[in-house]
Design a protein around this ligand. Structure first.
Ligand SMILES: [Zn+2]
Ligand SMILES: [Zn+2]
Length: 209
């Protein structure tokens, strides 16, 4: 599986270009900006971008989604519980003093357990709300794109309206940790980590928390 990361925007959000080495079908995960650079990475890898997978509709994860959809004709994917969050993106921009952001159309509303294929890759959708009402994780065999649920040594903020610390913690323990210790986690901010490392030592959801 091809996985390339680009850190974008004022929130240093991790956008990912992923793809199937065999079929050369690809997807963008959380295109938070610098769309031309993301598409240049896809081109370097010889990937055709057919899908845009969005973990949740906070502004830093969707800033480039409308532009990427227009330039690639790729189908955007989001959970319906983040529909209102998506509609509030212009307000989020104003709140942070950022330039206006175009709200992307959503082509596919995903749900828990759904399989999203990208060539021969099969991403399973895990519904893990708490940081955002409609937050999902896209899990593919030994990797999971976890957005802002869990980070290396931390977890997503739950101090915004519509957040729930308890919901987030139970989703991380009940779904992400159950993917297995060897699974590599690609978060929405900061470096990669593993289930094993976070299960043992994460100060919020680890064994000693
Ligand atoms: Zn977020
Ligand atoms: Zn974020």
């Amino acid at each position: 599986m091809i996985v390339r990361r680009l850190v974008v925007g004022p929130f240093e959000e991790n956008s990912y270009v992923v793809g199937d080495e065999a079929t050369k079908e690809g997807a963008l995960i959380d295109p938070g900006g610098e769309v031309d650079e993301l598409l240049a990475i896809a081109e370097q890898e010889g990937l055709r971008i057919g899908k845009i997978l969005i973990t949740h509709a906070h502004i830093d994860h969707v800033t480039g989604a409308a532009e990427a959809r227009r330039k690639t004709k790729a189908a955007t994917h989001l959970h319906p519980a983040d529909r209102d969050m998506l509609a509030s993106v212009p307000g989020q921009a104003a709140m942070f003093g950022l330039p206006a952001v175009e709200v992307p159309e959503i082509d596919v509303w995903v749900e828990e357990g759904q399989i999203v294929t990208v060539g021969g890759l099969a991403f399973r959708v895990l519904f893990v709300p708490g940081h955002a009402p409609g937050h999902v994780v896209y899990a593919e065999k030994q990797r999971a794109f976890v957005g802002d649920t869990i980070f290396a040594g931390s977890i997503g903020r739950t101090d915004f309206p519509g957040c729930s610390f308890d919901q987030l913690v139970s989703g991380i323990r009940g779904k992400i940790f159950r993917l297995g210790d060897a699974v590599l986690l690609h978060p929405g901010h900061g470096p990669d980590t593993t289930v094993s490392r976070e299960r043992k030592s994460n100060p919020f959801v680890g064994e000693d928390a």
